[in-house]
Design a protein around this ligand. Structure first.
Ligand code: AMP
Length: 216
């Protein structure tokens, strides 16, 4: 049976990093709404142009556009075994839409790992983050620097700092997360699907805990 995993956690909790690893370990597809928006921005689509102005300010892209994008992505063949949703759902409207979307496919959310990281660590992590323009791979000046400054180890392309990874925007993103996304913690806890994961530990330890959760 297909597995639908919702990765919860604030910006900087390590959802993207862990989802990349879990995809390789489990064969589940990785759907990152932030990543999909960044692809649209790179391709200068209409959605990309709108998304960019909102993302730069740390604000959300409208629900209807985000939900339609996920609906299209989840219907593709590589999602047959299931998916890891990273950055979606991000508010109760999107959570209800996820439920409807999966019910229509004869399924439902399987498990919701919630990666918990203290706020001071989140700010430190997010404000040192550099992203590859080509592969989307994420580095950190302190924790996982590239071999050559400013260059991606994987593909040699240039690294850049996301506009929304600057300290002021990071603080705003954390505030918006608390207001709009944190209600999902209770939403999924009430359904018995939430599993708390200690996120302030080495990457491979977090992966180990997540894999144990997904196997249950
Ligand atoms: P992320 O890469 O998950 O940190 O997302 C980066 C930005 O993309 C967010 O700050 C939002 O502006 C936008 N975004 C990503 N996912 C969503 C979503 N589910 N709903 C609305 N906006 C989103």
């Amino acid at each position: 049976m297909a597995k639908y995993v919702v990765l919860l956690g604030s910006p900087g909790a390590g959802k993207g990093t862990q989802a990349d690893i879990l995809t390789k370990e489990t064969g589940l597809a990785h759907i990152s709404t932030g990543g999909l928006f960044r692809e649209h921005i790179a391709q200068k689509t209409e959605l990309g142009i709108l998304a960019q102005s909102l993302m730069d300010k740390g604000e959300f892209v409208p629900d209807d556009l985000t939900i339609a994008m996920v609906k299209e992505r989840i219907s593709r063949a590589d999602c047959e075994q299931g998916v890891i949703l990273d950055g979606f759902p991000r508010n109760p409207v999107q959570a209800d839409a996820t439920k409807l979307m999966l019910n229509a496919m004869g399924s439902s959310v399987s498990v919701v790992p919630y990666i918990i990281v203290p706020e001071d660590v989140l700010i430190q992590r997010l404000s040192g983050r550099w992203t590859c323009r080509n592969s989307g791979h994420v580095y950190h000046t302190m924790f996982s620097p590239p071999e050559k400054e400013g260059i991606c180890d994987l593909c040699g392309a240039e690294l850049y700092q996301r506009v929304d990874d600057t300290v002021e925007t990071v603080k705003k993103r954390l505030r918006i997360y608390m207001e709009r996304t944190s209600p999902l913690i209770d939403y999924y806890r009430k359904q018995g699907k939430l599993v708390e994961i200690e996120g302030d530990q080495p990457i491979d330890s977090v992966t180990k805990d997540l894999l144990a959760t997904l196997k249950k």
